[in-house]
Design a protein around this ligand. Structure first.
Ligand code: NGQ
Ligand code: ZN
Length: 463
């Protein structure tokens, strides 16, 4: 590895200890930070950041193909629309995905993510097969397209091929409209190996697995999957949809005698490598136990609001030192600022109070939630990301301090301006991943071409 010096001087940078002055960042050719030094003397020949520098946000939950249907299910199609009726529409859309369309949609989505300041993404990827359920000649074709879209856009990725085996508790047979998703633990592990051979891990790419939900696997198949994973990728991330809808909580109770989070914590060794997505419906005991487990609660506030899921007890969970991260999931919004804002606003609306998710040592809500989502998102990603610190990926954002949401504010109020203020446009001016600038002046380097390909895919999809 060559050791060319890459360096940036920032008058203000958000380090794990908070905002610091005169920070010198250095990184290597592999795109990894090698030094982060506050109170450094400015030296000639080192580039100066155009504004305050802060870490990029990991996106811990994405179904890339769903980006193309954002806004297309916001009308009443039957007397009472709910999550399950949305899912029927989403399945119809999933049936029309081809490898080329998926790649184009994902590439554009990742451009949007980068512009929004998400510098990495955990892709919960479950459309694996051809529309009739048969395997593609390359069984990992669709996963590979998503991985390629991430490299083209320049976003870091944790690829999580999904095990979807059943349509409900008690190993109910899959529905015809789920056949593109279906695998056994063995065939999913094969698919993962094929994908890793074709697209090996590198600094911006890693792998894990995702049992779709307790509805979609059995205890035995989940065990087989995790044993297989540990043989190949010990310690790799495990993500699961856990308790998004009260309907699935009731079905889980009827089938197993326990609620989903309680059941999972009882039957599996749930710890720091786990991410429980939509742990929305948890009772007090589950909230405490999940917090104590060290797993990450994957919160996707804009999707959860859009789908009418419910409100996660964030205050109690954070009080118990529970770990959180945020995801854009169905991509009705691609903006971590909106996720953090809604996380706090949900609590305000329910409790009729303000600044609910602050705490005595962290009075600034936005800073507390930003730090929590960076740490939890990094943990769920299984990659060294989420901090301006040596050893971490050189992923950062440069703010526009002149933006109306930030102008005239002191550094201690910047994060609040970024998260809570909405005054048109975004205060995120530049985005760098692996030390490379991919967004400049609010535009992604590949934006025009990626958008053209997306529009073409959309024209066919919606025809
Ligand atoms: C998914 N999405 O897998 O895309 C799910 C819906 C399901 C969200 N949960 C399908 N937001 O849970 O069965
Ligand atoms: Zn999901």
């Amino acid at each position: 590895m060559t050791t060319d010096r890459h360096a940036l001087f920032a008058a203000h940078a958000y380090l794990p200890q908070g905002w610091r002055r005169d920070v010198l960042l250095e990184w290597n050719d592999a795109g990894v930070l090698t030094a982060v030094v506050p109170d450094a003397p400015a030296s000639a020949g080192i580039a100066r950041a155009s504004g305050p520098v802060m870490p990029g946000m990991p996106n811990l939950h994405s179904h890339a193909f769903q980006r193309a249907m954002a806004g297309l299910t916001e009308y009443r199609a039957q007397a009472s629309d709910n999550f399950w009726s949305w899912r029927d529409l989403m399945y119809r859309f999933a049936a029309r995905i081809t490898p080329e369309r998926l790649e184009a949609i994902a590439r554009w989505l990742y451009v949007e993510m980068l512009k929004a300041g998400y510098t990495s993404v955990c892709e919960f990827h479950y459309v694996h097969h051809a529309p009739n359920g048969s395997r593609y000649a390359n069984e990992a074709e669709l996963g590979q397209r998503v991985v390629d879209a991430a490299s083209q856009a320049g976003i870091g990725m944790t690829m999580l091929p999904v095990l979807y085996q059943y349509s409900g508790f008690d190993m109910r047979a899959p529905r015809p409209d789920q056949r593109r998703f279906i695998n056994t633990p063995e065939s999913l592990l094969d698919l993962l190996s094929t994908l890793r051979r074709a697209r090996p891990e590198h600094g911006a790419l890693t792998y894990g697995v995702a049992p779709h939900s307790l509805r979609a696997v059995s205890a035995a198949s989940l065990r087989t999957l995790l044993e297989g994973l540990d043989a190949d990728l010990p310690g790799a991330p495990i993500h699961v949809h856990i308790a998004e809808q009260t309907g699935e909580v009731e079905e889980c109770l009827a089938a197993t005698g326990a609620r989903p989070v309680a059941w999972l914590l009882d039957h599996f060794d749930v710890g720091a490598r786990w991410c429980l997505v939509h742990a929305t419906h948890v009772d007090e005991a589950e909230t405490a136990a999940l917090a104590a487990s060290g797993a990450v609660a994957g919160l996707c506030l804009t999707t959860e609001a859009n789908l009418g899921d419910g409100v996660f007890p964030a205050q109690r969970y954070l009080e118990a030192n529970g770990r959180i991260g945020v995801g854009s999931d169905s991509h009705v919004a691609v903006d971590w600022r909106a996720e953090l804002r809604l996380l706090e606003y949900g609590q305000r609306l329910v409790r009729r109070q303000r600044n609910v998710l602050a705490c005595p040592t962290r009075p600034q809500v936005a800073e507390r939630l930003f730090d929590a989502a960076l740490a939890g998102g990094a943990q769920a990603s299984g990659r060294a990301v989420g901090a301006l610190a040596p050893g971490c990926r050189a992923d950062w954002l440069v703010l526009d301090a002149e933006h109306p949401s930030l102008y005239g504010r002191e550094p201690d109020d910047w994060l609040a301006g970024v998260v809570f203020c909405e005054h048109g446009g975004s205060p995120i001016a530049e985005v760098h991943t692996g030390g490379r600038r991919v967004v400049h002046g609010g535009r992604h380097e590949d934006e025009a071409r990626a958008y053209e390909a997306y529009c073409e895919a959309l024209a066919h999809l919606l025809a």
